[in-house]
Design a protein around this ligand. Structure first.
Ligand SMILES: Nc1nc2c(ncn2[C@@H]2O[C@H](COP(=O)(O)OP(=O)(O)OP(=O)(O)O)[C@@H](O)[C@H]2O)c(=O)[nH]1
Length: 329
Protein backbone atom coordinates (compact mmCIF):
# COMPACT_ATOMS: atom_id res chain seq x y z
CA UNK A 1 0.00 0.00 0.00
CA UNK A 2 2.83 2.41 0.85
CA UNK A 3 5.35 3.43 -1.75
CA UNK A 4 8.93 2.23 -1.55
CA UNK A 5 10.58 5.38 -0.25
CA UNK A 6 8.06 5.77 2.63
CA UNK A 7 8.53 2.10 3.55
CA UNK A 8 12.28 2.47 3.49
CA UNK A 9 12.15 5.43 5.88
CA UNK A 10 9.76 3.61 8.26
CA UNK A 11 12.01 0.53 8.34
CA UNK A 12 15.18 2.55 8.96
CA UNK A 13 13.62 4.72 11.71
CA UNK A 14 12.19 1.58 13.37
CA UNK A 15 15.58 -0.17 13.26
CA UNK A 16 17.25 2.89 14.76
CA UNK A 17 14.63 3.26 17.55
CA UNK A 18 14.90 -0.44 18.40
CA UNK A 19 18.69 -0.20 18.51
CA UNK A 20 18.45 2.61 21.08
CA UNK A 21 15.97 0.44 23.05
CA UNK A 22 18.44 -2.47 22.92
CA UNK A 23 21.21 -0.28 24.36
CA UNK A 24 18.97 0.82 27.27
CA UNK A 25 17.94 -2.76 27.94
CA UNK A 26 21.58 -3.89 27.87
CA UNK A 27 22.37 -1.29 30.53
CA UNK A 28 19.47 -2.72 32.59
CA UNK A 29 20.83 -6.25 32.01
CA UNK A 30 17.55 -7.44 30.47
CA UNK A 31 19.28 -9.67 27.93
CA UNK A 32 16.17 -11.52 26.74
CA UNK A 33 14.74 -8.24 25.48
CA UNK A 34 18.14 -7.24 24.08
CA UNK A 35 18.22 -10.40 21.96
CA UNK A 36 14.64 -9.85 20.75
CA UNK A 37 15.46 -6.21 20.10
CA UNK A 38 18.52 -7.08 18.02
CA UNK A 39 16.48 -9.64 16.07
CA UNK A 40 13.91 -6.97 15.27
CA UNK A 41 16.67 -4.56 14.20
CA UNK A 42 17.91 -7.31 11.87
CA UNK A 43 14.43 -7.85 10.40
CA UNK A 44 13.94 -4.12 9.78
CA UNK A 45 17.40 -3.69 8.24
CA UNK A 46 16.85 -6.70 5.98
CA UNK A 47 13.45 -5.33 4.95
CA UNK A 48 15.02 -1.90 4.29
CA UNK A 49 17.77 -3.51 2.19
CA UNK A 50 15.26 -5.48 0.15
CA UNK A 51 13.07 -2.45 -0.45
CA UNK A 52 16.11 -0.29 -1.33
CA UNK A 53 17.41 -2.84 -3.83
CA UNK A 54 13.87 -3.32 -5.16
CA UNK A 55 13.91 -7.09 -4.66
CA UNK A 56 10.68 -8.68 -5.78
CA UNK A 57 10.51 -10.88 -2.71
CA UNK A 58 10.70 -8.25 0.00
CA UNK A 59 9.10 -9.29 3.30
CA UNK A 60 5.38 -8.64 3.47
CA UNK A 61 3.95 -5.99 5.77
CA UNK A 62 1.99 -8.79 7.43
CA UNK A 63 5.17 -10.71 8.30
CA UNK A 64 6.83 -7.60 9.72
CA UNK A 65 3.78 -6.68 11.79
CA UNK A 66 3.51 -10.25 13.07
CA UNK A 67 7.12 -9.98 14.26
CA UNK A 68 6.50 -6.57 15.79
CA UNK A 69 3.44 -7.95 17.61
CA UNK A 70 5.44 -10.87 18.99
CA UNK A 71 8.11 -8.45 20.08
CA UNK A 72 5.51 -6.20 21.74
CA UNK A 73 4.06 -9.24 23.55
CA UNK A 74 7.48 -10.10 24.93
CA UNK A 75 8.50 -6.62 26.06
CA UNK A 76 5.10 -5.77 27.53
CA UNK A 77 5.37 -8.99 29.51
CA UNK A 78 8.84 -8.00 30.80
CA UNK A 79 8.09 -4.29 31.50
CA UNK A 80 4.31 -3.85 31.39
CA UNK A 81 4.11 -0.36 32.96
CA UNK A 82 6.60 1.13 30.48
CA UNK A 83 5.37 -0.56 27.34
CA UNK A 84 1.58 -1.12 27.43
CA UNK A 85 0.65 2.27 25.89
CA UNK A 86 2.50 1.27 22.69
CA UNK A 87 -0.57 -0.83 21.91
CA UNK A 88 -2.27 2.31 20.52
CA UNK A 89 0.22 3.09 17.73
CA UNK A 90 0.42 -0.62 16.97
CA UNK A 91 -3.33 -0.75 16.31
CA UNK A 92 -2.98 2.24 13.96
CA UNK A 93 -0.14 0.50 12.12
CA UNK A 94 -2.26 -2.64 11.57
CA UNK A 95 -5.08 -0.79 9.86
CA UNK A 96 -2.76 1.59 8.05
CA UNK A 97 -0.62 -1.13 6.51
CA UNK A 98 -2.67 -4.32 6.26
CA UNK A 99 -5.82 -5.59 4.54
CA UNK A 100 -8.80 -5.69 6.92
CA UNK A 101 -8.85 -9.40 7.72
CA UNK A 102 -5.18 -9.51 8.64
CA UNK A 103 -5.43 -6.27 10.63
CA UNK A 104 -8.41 -7.62 12.58
CA UNK A 105 -6.61 -10.87 13.42
CA UNK A 106 -3.50 -9.09 14.79
CA UNK A 107 -5.70 -6.54 16.54
CA UNK A 108 -7.55 -9.39 18.31
CA UNK A 109 -4.29 -10.95 19.51
CA UNK A 110 -2.99 -7.57 20.70
CA UNK A 111 -6.19 -6.76 22.60
CA UNK A 112 -6.31 -10.16 24.32
CA UNK A 113 -2.64 -10.06 25.31
CA UNK A 114 -2.77 -6.44 26.47
CA UNK A 115 -5.85 -7.20 28.59
CA UNK A 116 -4.14 -10.21 30.15
CA UNK A 117 -0.98 -8.29 31.02
CA UNK A 118 -2.50 -5.03 32.23
CA UNK A 119 -5.11 -6.81 34.38
CA UNK A 120 -2.27 -7.99 36.60
CA UNK A 121 -0.89 -4.57 37.49
CA UNK A 122 -3.42 -1.79 36.68
CA UNK A 123 -6.07 -0.87 39.25
CA UNK A 124 -9.40 -2.20 37.98
CA UNK A 125 -10.74 1.26 37.11
CA UNK A 126 -7.65 2.11 35.00
CA UNK A 127 -7.71 -1.34 33.47
CA UNK A 128 -11.34 -0.83 32.35
CA UNK A 129 -10.50 2.59 30.90
CA UNK A 130 -7.50 1.21 29.07
CA UNK A 131 -9.47 -1.63 27.48
CA UNK A 132 -12.42 0.61 26.52
CA UNK A 133 -10.14 3.24 24.94
CA UNK A 134 -8.02 0.63 23.13
CA UNK A 135 -11.19 -1.05 21.79
CA UNK A 136 -12.58 2.32 20.68
CA UNK A 137 -9.31 3.19 18.95
CA UNK A 138 -9.48 -0.21 17.19
CA UNK A 139 -13.03 0.40 15.97
CA UNK A 140 -12.15 3.89 14.71
CA UNK A 141 -9.01 2.63 12.98
CA UNK A 142 -11.01 -0.17 11.34
CA UNK A 143 -13.82 2.16 10.19
CA UNK A 144 -11.34 4.66 8.83
CA UNK A 145 -9.45 2.02 6.88
CA UNK A 146 -12.71 0.63 5.41
CA UNK A 147 -13.63 4.14 4.28
CA UNK A 148 -10.21 4.77 2.75
CA UNK A 149 -10.28 1.39 0.96
CA UNK A 150 -13.74 2.13 -0.51
CA UNK A 151 -12.73 5.59 -1.64
CA UNK A 152 -9.50 4.43 -3.21
CA UNK A 153 -11.46 1.73 -5.07
CA UNK A 154 -13.86 4.42 -6.40
CA UNK A 155 -10.92 6.64 -7.38
CA UNK A 156 -9.19 3.75 -9.13
CA UNK A 157 -12.41 2.96 -11.00
CA UNK A 158 -12.84 6.61 -12.02
CA UNK A 159 -9.21 6.91 -13.11
CA UNK A 160 -9.73 3.99 -15.51
CA UNK A 161 -13.15 4.87 -16.89
CA UNK A 162 -14.15 7.14 -19.75
CA UNK A 163 -16.91 9.43 -18.49
CA UNK A 164 -18.79 9.74 -21.78
CA UNK A 165 -19.14 6.09 -22.78
CA UNK A 166 -18.51 4.31 -19.48
CA UNK A 167 -15.88 2.19 -21.24
CA UNK A 168 -12.42 1.63 -19.79
CA UNK A 169 -10.01 4.33 -20.86
CA UNK A 170 -6.51 4.54 -22.28
CA UNK A 171 -4.83 4.08 -18.90
CA UNK A 172 -6.69 0.82 -18.36
CA UNK A 173 -5.89 -0.23 -21.92
CA UNK A 174 -2.15 -0.04 -21.39
CA UNK A 175 -2.38 -2.23 -18.29
CA UNK A 176 -4.63 -4.76 -20.07
CA UNK A 177 -2.36 -4.94 -23.10
CA UNK A 178 0.60 -5.67 -20.87
CA UNK A 179 -1.44 -8.39 -19.11
CA UNK A 180 -2.62 -9.94 -22.38
CA UNK A 181 0.92 -10.03 -23.81
CA UNK A 182 2.26 -11.71 -20.69
CA UNK A 183 -0.66 -14.18 -20.77
CA UNK A 184 0.23 -14.97 -24.40
CA UNK A 185 3.87 -15.46 -23.49
CA UNK A 186 2.89 -18.01 -20.86
CA UNK A 187 0.01 -19.85 -22.50
CA UNK A 188 0.69 -19.17 -26.21
CA UNK A 189 -2.27 -19.09 -28.63
CA UNK A 190 -3.49 -16.18 -30.78
CA UNK A 191 -4.82 -12.81 -29.76
CA UNK A 192 -5.66 -9.72 -31.80
CA UNK A 193 -5.65 -6.01 -31.26
CA UNK A 194 -8.14 -3.85 -33.14
CA UNK A 195 -8.24 -0.06 -33.42
CA UNK A 196 -11.46 1.38 -34.70
CA UNK A 197 -11.81 5.04 -35.67
CA UNK A 198 -14.84 6.99 -36.88
CA UNK A 199 -14.33 8.61 -40.28
CA UNK A 200 -14.67 12.37 -40.63
CA UNK A 201 -16.05 12.70 -37.15
CA UNK A 202 -15.13 16.36 -37.08
CA UNK A 203 -17.71 17.01 -39.79
CA UNK A 204 -20.38 15.20 -37.69
CA UNK A 205 -19.65 17.58 -34.83
CA UNK A 206 -19.59 20.56 -37.16
CA UNK A 207 -22.85 19.59 -38.85
CA UNK A 208 -24.94 18.32 -35.93
CA UNK A 209 -23.23 19.80 -32.89
CA UNK A 210 -21.11 18.29 -30.13
CA UNK A 211 -24.05 16.89 -28.15
CA UNK A 212 -25.15 14.76 -31.08
CA UNK A 213 -21.52 13.79 -31.70
CA UNK A 214 -21.39 12.55 -28.11
CA UNK A 215 -24.56 10.51 -28.64
CA UNK A 216 -23.07 8.95 -31.74
CA UNK A 217 -19.94 7.96 -29.82
CA UNK A 218 -22.10 6.35 -27.15
CA UNK A 219 -24.24 4.53 -29.70
CA UNK A 220 -21.17 3.18 -31.46
CA UNK A 221 -19.63 2.04 -28.17
CA UNK A 222 -22.88 0.23 -27.33
CA UNK A 223 -23.33 -1.68 -30.56
CA UNK A 224 -19.70 -2.79 -30.58
CA UNK A 225 -19.84 -3.81 -26.92
CA UNK A 226 -22.98 -5.88 -27.47
CA UNK A 227 -21.32 -7.96 -30.18
CA UNK A 228 -18.12 -8.68 -28.23
CA UNK A 229 -17.50 -11.79 -26.13
CA UNK A 230 -17.30 -11.47 -22.36
CA UNK A 231 -13.55 -12.06 -22.40
CA UNK A 232 -12.94 -9.34 -25.05
CA UNK A 233 -12.02 -5.91 -23.75
CA UNK A 234 -13.01 -2.59 -25.30
CA UNK A 235 -11.53 0.82 -24.46
CA UNK A 236 -12.12 4.35 -25.58
CA UNK A 237 -8.58 5.34 -26.46
CA UNK A 238 -9.47 8.98 -26.96
CA UNK A 239 -11.67 11.17 -29.17
CA UNK A 240 -13.40 8.95 -31.75
CA UNK A 241 -10.95 6.06 -31.43
CA UNK A 242 -11.73 2.72 -29.79
CA UNK A 243 -9.38 -0.15 -29.03
CA UNK A 244 -10.42 -3.78 -28.66
CA UNK A 245 -8.37 -6.67 -27.30
CA UNK A 246 -9.54 -10.03 -28.64
CA UNK A 247 -8.00 -12.89 -26.66
CA UNK A 248 -7.83 -16.35 -28.25
CA UNK A 249 -8.68 -14.94 -31.65
CA UNK A 250 -6.74 -15.64 -34.86
CA UNK A 251 -6.02 -12.72 -37.16
CA UNK A 252 -8.47 -14.05 -39.74
CA UNK A 253 -11.31 -13.98 -37.21
CA UNK A 254 -10.22 -10.58 -35.94
CA UNK A 255 -10.46 -9.23 -39.50
CA UNK A 256 -13.86 -10.88 -39.94
CA UNK A 257 -15.12 -9.18 -36.81
CA UNK A 258 -13.70 -5.82 -37.92
CA UNK A 259 -15.49 -6.17 -41.25
CA UNK A 260 -18.69 -7.09 -39.43
CA UNK A 261 -18.46 -3.89 -37.36
CA UNK A 262 -17.63 -1.82 -40.42
CA UNK A 263 -20.62 -3.17 -42.37
CA UNK A 264 -22.90 -2.84 -39.36
CA UNK A 265 -21.95 0.78 -38.70
CA UNK A 266 -22.18 1.83 -42.33
CA UNK A 267 -25.72 0.39 -42.58
CA UNK A 268 -26.98 1.66 -39.21
CA UNK A 269 -28.40 5.06 -38.45
CA UNK A 270 -26.55 5.29 -35.15
CA UNK A 271 -28.68 8.18 -33.98
CA UNK A 272 -31.33 10.10 -35.91
CA UNK A 273 -30.02 11.31 -39.27
CA UNK A 274 -26.42 10.47 -38.42
CA UNK A 275 -24.73 7.89 -40.59
CA UNK A 276 -21.12 7.04 -39.91
CA UNK A 277 -18.41 4.92 -41.33
CA UNK A 278 -15.41 3.54 -39.53
CA UNK A 279 -11.87 2.54 -40.45
CA UNK A 280 -10.21 -0.32 -38.65
CA UNK A 281 -6.66 -1.56 -38.10
CA UNK A 282 -6.21 -5.14 -36.91
CA UNK A 283 -3.03 -6.88 -35.86
CA UNK A 284 -2.00 -10.15 -34.34
CA UNK A 285 -0.31 -9.80 -30.94
CA UNK A 286 3.18 -11.25 -31.13
CA UNK A 287 4.67 -13.20 -28.23
CA UNK A 288 7.57 -11.30 -26.68
CA UNK A 289 6.80 -7.85 -28.08
CA UNK A 290 5.93 -4.89 -25.88
CA UNK A 291 2.49 -3.32 -25.94
CA UNK A 292 3.64 -0.16 -27.70
CA UNK A 293 5.09 -2.08 -30.64
CA UNK A 294 1.85 -4.00 -30.99
CA UNK A 295 -0.29 -0.88 -30.65
CA UNK A 296 1.79 1.08 -33.15
CA UNK A 297 1.41 -1.70 -35.72
CA UNK A 298 -2.38 -1.67 -35.41
CA UNK A 299 -2.29 2.14 -35.55
CA UNK A 300 -0.23 2.03 -38.76
CA UNK A 301 -2.85 -0.26 -40.32
CA UNK A 302 -5.52 2.22 -39.30
CA UNK A 303 -3.53 5.02 -40.87
CA UNK A 304 -3.28 3.06 -44.12
CA UNK A 305 -7.05 2.42 -44.03
CA UNK A 306 -7.62 6.18 -43.73
CA UNK A 307 -5.14 6.88 -46.52
CA UNK A 308 -6.81 4.35 -48.81
CA UNK A 309 -10.09 6.21 -48.57
CA UNK A 310 -11.60 5.20 -45.15
CA UNK A 311 -14.52 2.83 -44.47
CA UNK A 312 -12.21 -0.15 -44.66
CA UNK A 313 -10.19 -2.65 -42.64
CA UNK A 314 -6.44 -3.10 -42.92
CA UNK A 315 -4.55 -5.88 -41.16
CA UNK A 316 -1.16 -7.63 -41.12
CA UNK A 317 -2.23 -9.79 -44.08
CA UNK A 318 -4.16 -8.27 -46.92
CA UNK A 319 -5.19 -11.64 -48.40
CA UNK A 320 -7.59 -12.28 -45.49
CA UNK A 321 -9.57 -9.28 -46.58
CA UNK A 322 -9.58 -10.40 -50.21
CA UNK A 323 -10.84 -13.83 -49.18
CA UNK A 324 -13.57 -12.25 -47.06
CA UNK A 325 -14.57 -9.72 -49.70
CA UNK A 326 -14.38 -12.39 -52.38
CA UNK A 327 -16.71 -14.47 -50.27
CA UNK A 328 -19.09 -11.60 -49.73
CA UNK A 329 -18.99 -10.53 -53.34
N1 LIG B 1 -18.67 15.07 -29.77
C1 LIG B 1 -17.43 14.73 -29.41
N2 LIG B 1 -16.43 14.94 -30.26
C2 LIG B 1 -15.19 14.59 -29.93
C3 LIG B 1 -14.91 14.03 -28.68
N3 LIG B 1 -13.58 13.78 -28.61
C4 LIG B 1 -13.06 14.19 -29.78
N4 LIG B 1 -14.03 14.68 -30.59
C5 LIG B 1 -13.90 15.25 -31.92
O1 LIG B 1 -13.50 14.28 -32.86
C6 LIG B 1 -12.95 14.97 -33.97
C7 LIG B 1 -11.77 14.21 -34.49
O2 LIG B 1 -11.32 14.87 -35.63
P1 LIG B 1 -10.12 14.36 -36.47
O3 LIG B 1 -9.02 13.89 -35.57
O4 LIG B 1 -9.77 15.45 -37.44
O5 LIG B 1 -10.62 13.10 -37.22
P2 LIG B 1 -11.85 12.91 -38.22
O6 LIG B 1 -12.58 14.18 -38.49
O7 LIG B 1 -12.66 11.79 -37.69
O8 LIG B 1 -11.09 12.47 -39.52
P3 LIG B 1 -10.48 11.06 -39.85
O9 LIG B 1 -10.24 10.34 -38.57
O10 LIG B 1 -9.22 11.35 -40.56
O11 LIG B 1 -11.46 10.35 -40.72
C8 LIG B 1 -12.58 16.37 -33.50
O12 LIG B 1 -13.48 17.30 -34.09
C9 LIG B 1 -12.85 16.33 -32.00
O13 LIG B 1 -13.35 17.55 -31.49
C10 LIG B 1 -15.99 13.82 -27.77
O14 LIG B 1 -15.84 13.33 -26.66
N5 LIG B 1 -17.23 14.18 -28.19
Amino acid sequence: MLNHSVKLKIFLVSAFALLIGAIFKAVENDFIVVVADVLMVGIFLLAAFQVATKRERNPSDFFILQMVTLFYMLVVYRSPEVIYLWSYPLVMAYYFLLPHQKAISLNGVLLAWSALITYSFLPIEYFARYIVTLSTASVFAYSFSVLVAKQSEILKQQAQTDILTGLSNRRAMEAELVTELSRLKRYKGDSCLMILDIDHFKSINDKFGHAKGDKALNALANIVKQRLRKCDRIFRYGGEEFVIILPNTELQHGVLLAEYFRELVSHTELIDEVNLTISVGVTEMVVGEDWKTCFERADRHLYVAKKQGRNRTVSDKEDFLQIINGGVG
